[in-house]
Design a protein around this ligand. Sequence first.
Ligand SMILES: C[S@@+](CC[C@H](N)C(=O)[O-])C[C@H]1O[C@@H](n2cnc3c(N)ncnc32)[C@H](O)[C@@H]1O
Length: 174
Amino acid sequence: MMIPITSRQQPEDTVRDGEVAVALPETFDAGVYFIGRIRTPWTTRGECPKNAAESDAVCTIELDPRWEAGLESVATCTHLLVLYWMDRARRDLVIQIPRHYGERRGTFSLRSPVRPNPIAASVVRLVKVDSCRLTVVGLDCIDGTPLIDIKPYFASSDAVPEAVVGWHRDRKQD
Ligand SMILES: C[S@@+](CC[C@H](N)C(=O)[O-])C[C@H]1O[C@@H](n2cnc3c(N)ncnc32)[C@H](O)[C@@H]1O
């Protein structure tokens, strides 16, 4: 069943030939708290870097002051794992044809914002912490994107240098 496009979605949310949408469940199983907003130079999806590694732009994470005490010791971290909510993406596609690859892929093999729970993750370099404002490098989202979590990045346990995404490694290059 096709799901109608909502006012939060953008023209690029149109389903392309070959993409597959499913009916979403009627209710949610949990709620999240948006704990802040991310400030970036980009106002549309098209302007954003395709992924965080492509970006050297300095961005600001504005944490809601309610959570400020939770930043204790964060300034000791060089890198953080930032989780954010891709609020302008449709949520019902299980097969996608990303424009820049042009081949069909399952949603869970992609880092696309289009997914049932549009949670994005990026490892960022922390430049400074100033009360509730964190200056960071390494984000790829639209200005105002909701923040859902900040965690320390542990190179010792999070980095997997031998990891491979086979379809990406083997894709045809122009
Ligand atoms: C491919 S996703 C990767 C996100 C994250 N780094 C990850 O790997 O989970 C990045 C793209 O999401 C899109 N995007 C950025 N902010 C968005 C938002 N608030 N809602 C929907 N899409 C967004 C932009 O097209 C951007 O290039």
